[in-house]
Write a protein that binds this ligand. Structure first.
Ligand code: BG6
Length: 479
């Protein structure tokens, strides 16, 4: 296994670096999991000395730094280089003194339009050798065409096995646990298809609005920001066949098959299969909050960008024929929640004459309160009602387990894997492109039918149409 020596972060002044990357690196350092010789080199436009950069990181990490014990040794790893990423000659300046024998990871925490140009400049400076890895943050492109263009340019310079496309949901502990749950438990594995499963729900809800990211988000919308990547990945992990082994190639091949089998939503089916919404003013956690068009940095009178999407999807293969996958994701929902629900079919014949429908649900909570719940039917303790039934929950609660002090952030897992050269939790080129094909078709169908966004009040579960989407089928969203 090759161990990295230099981690170069393009976009070191950005929001992602501040909120996620540096806290994750600090945690790994404090846990003694970073290679001892790893240097972390931040690149950004702002003129800063190394000392100023370190002081800035200290300020930002204050809440994470635990008693300062590890701070100084972490600071010793940090370097800074001021750079305009579009200026070719600045790369030459950066490369001076470069030690090619050190292994390099180039982390591109920049807009995707810069991925190609940055890699080209790095290539010109001979920095993209066999020992280099390139990490690309989502989104890879804005649609199929732009994503192919990025993949083409980067792929010309870096071999696929050295490209690490991040979807941070894959680094979440419970998402990895989903694979273990499915493929290490025989009784679950054998009940995982259309003969047993009635439908699947995937919900990714956030309480936050778009504050601070409005102009970026307004060009993107919830389908591109969340469905194309995070929800598609979750859907693939739920639906894919068992890979032959846990290698990156094995897992990616199975995920791609699901994306190819995902039925396109076209102009004829869009009205009954997809809902788009935009939040208006309302309440979030007890506070009045503005609507999407009243956010501080909004500079337009109207916008057709969706902040909520609900979809009824179908996977056309033997395992999932006839099983709908209901997906929903939105901003300004009543609670932060990421959850997968496997709703089982009811029994063919109810011998308990209770009149109740008897069925089980497996609930996989990715955040918050990571855990897995199996809703089972059992007998009520009662002498009066001899066979009265009730639903009870078997709960695998990860947070309350005594050996767990802290659930590591997804970026900690992903950094470690890049450093150790394990791409199994990263996204392959085919996956990104297949997912774009499906999303592009849906966006085209919305355009074709001129489907407007429907308003929903902040603090609610999206427009009423999202309830109808599932209720029309005699089902309801999991509470
Ligand atoms: C990002 C999206 O990929 O994921 C954001 O761009 C979203 O809009 C975020 O807020 C949600 O991530 P998490 O880990 O907080 O669920």
């Amino acid at each position: 296994m090759t161990i990295a020596s230099d981690l170069v972060i393009f976009g070191a002044g950005g929001d992602l670096t501040r909120r996620k990357l540096f806290p994750a690196l600090y945690q790994l350092h404090a846990a003694g999991l970073l290679p001892s010789d790893l240097r972390i080199i931040g690149l950004a436009r702002r003129e800063l000395s190394r000392e100023e950069f370190i002081a800035q990181q200290y300020e930002r990490l204050k809440t994470v730094i635990d008693g300062d014990a590890h701070w100084q040794s972490f600071a010793d790893r940090l370097y800074y280089h001021c750079m305009d990423f579009s200026e070719t000659e600045q790369y030459a300046r950066f490369t001076r003194g470069w030690q090619p024998e050190r292994m390099a990871i180039f982390y591109l925490a920049t807009p995707p339009s810069l991925f190609g140009p940055i890699c080209e400049r790095l290539g010109e400076q001979q920095l993209l050798g066999k020992r280099s890895r390139v990490v690309l943050e989502k989104p890879i492109g804005h649609d199929l065409e732009s994503s192919c263009a990025v993949n083409e340019t980067v792929g010309r310079l870096v071999s696929e096995e050295n490209i690490y496309r991040i979807d941070h949901y894959l680094g979440k502990e419970t998402v990895q646990n989903l694979l273990v749950l499915r493929f290490a438990n025989r009784f679950i594995n054998t009940q995982w298809d259309q003969s047993c499963v009635d439908h699947v729900q995937i919900t990714v809800a956030e309480t936050v609005g778009i504050e601070g990211r409005w102009s970026y988000y307004n060009d993107v919308g919830q389908l591109r920001d969340m469905v194309q990547n995070h929800l598609m990945q979750l859907l693939c992990l739920v639906a894919m066949e068992p890979p032959n082994s846990m290698t990156a190639e094995g897992i990616r091949d199975e995920k791609v098959k699901i994306l190819r089998a995902l039925r396109r939503i076209d102009a004829a089916s869009v009205a009954s299969h997809a809902v788009r919404g935009q939040y208006t003013q309302g309440w979030s956690q007890g506070e009045a909050v503005p609507g999407y068009l009243d956010e501080d940095d909004c500079n337009v009178e109207s916008s057709d960008t969706e902040t909520f999407v609900a979809i009824k999807a179908h996977i056309d293969n033997w395992r999932w024929a006839g099983v709908p996958f209901y997906l929903r994701t939105g901003k300004r929902m009543p609670q932060k929640l990421t959850e997968i629900v496997i709703a089982y079919k009811s029994l063919p014949h109810n011998i308990f004459s209770t009149g109740d429908t008897i069925s089980n649900r497996l609930v996989i909570r990715l955040q918050p309160n990571e855990g897995i719940e199996m809703q089972m039917v059992s007998k009520q303790q009662s002498l009066k009602n001899k066979l009265a039934l009730e639903t009870k929950t078997l709960n695998l609660d990860f947070l309350n387990s005594p050996e767990i002090q802290r659930v590591p952030d997804a970026y900690e897992r992903l950094f470690l894997d890049v450093i150790n050269g394990d791409p199994s939790l990263f996204v392959g080129r085919d996956e990104v492109e297949e997912s774009w094909k499906w999303c592009d078709a849906l966006i085209a169908a919305w355009g074709d039918q001129a489907v407007p966004v429907t308003g929903y009040h902040a603090g609610t579960w999206g427009p009423a149409k999202a309830e109808l989407l599932i209720e029309r089928d005699g089902r309801s969203w999991h509470e």
